[in-house]
Design a protein around this ligand. Structure first.
Ligand SMILES: NC(=O)CC[C@H](N)C(=O)O
Length: 205
């Protein structure tokens, strides 16, 4: 948490919620984005990070494991008190205040005032790639990898829609919370992770 930014030293620590999903890919992308990255599985580990990534995977499973590991309330508490968080795909679902079609026992952490529809892009299009312009990400569109991806059905007044695809928001930001329906961690393009790293640095200052 030091303010040193010289010499490319990792000045902030970003956790990746490591219950299920593509944890390793996010750890690698965060490291490439210049922060110290580490997995988070316990409340004590959550307490030590400056920001947190919620990976892609399966949101029902992540929700149930977070409850089983005693992490759901600590996660809500840290997000309420301003910890930056970034969710991709299932992680976007975890950050939604409301989801349209929850499975039995599925809860979200919440934090972003939005309603998200799971598996929204439908069967024949369950997985696809598309170039997506993301506000705040310089240097051209991001390669959006969508895998049984959600979309954002509606947002509250505080939520900024950073990217729209096919008429639906697929990247949003509300204060220190960022979410994408797609998976930048799978592409080798670290611009979205750099944007998040900058959000974490700004809040740690
Ligand atoms: N690639 C993903 O993260 C898919 C999300 C998944 N469809 C879910 O509901 O959690």
């Amino acid at each position: 948490m030091t303010a040193t930014t010289t010499g490319g030293t990792a000045d902030v620590t970003v956790g990746v919620l490591a219950l299920q999903g593509d944890v390793r890919e996010h750890l690698a992308a965060l490291t490439a984005a210049g922060v110290e990255a580490r997995p988070v599985r316990r409340p004590g580990e959550l307490a030590e990070v400056d920001g947190l990534v919620l990976p892609g995977g399966e949101s029902t499973t992540i929700s149930k494991l977070a409850t089983a590991f005693g992490l759901m309330e600590p996660l809500r508490e840290r997000i309420r008190s301003g910890m930056p968080a970034y969710g991709s795909c299932a992680g976007m679902i975890m950050l939604a205040d409301k989801i349209l079609d929850p499975r039995a026992g599925q809860e979200t952490i919440g934090g972003i005032d939005m309603i998200v529809r799971r598996n929204a892009f439908g069967r024949q299009n369950e997985s696809f790639e598309a170039a997506v312009e993301v506000a705040g990400v310089e240097g051209g569109p991001v390669e959006g990898v969508f895998i049984r991806a959600p979309w954002v059905e509606s947002t509250g007044a505080e939520v900024e829609e950073l990217a729209v695809f096919d008429g639906h928001a697929v990247a949003v930001r509300q204060g220190r919370l960022l979410a994408t329906a797609f998976h930048p961690e799978l592409t080798g393009d670290h611009r979205v992770h750099r944007l998040f790293a900058d959000m974490v640095r700004a809040s740690a200052r």
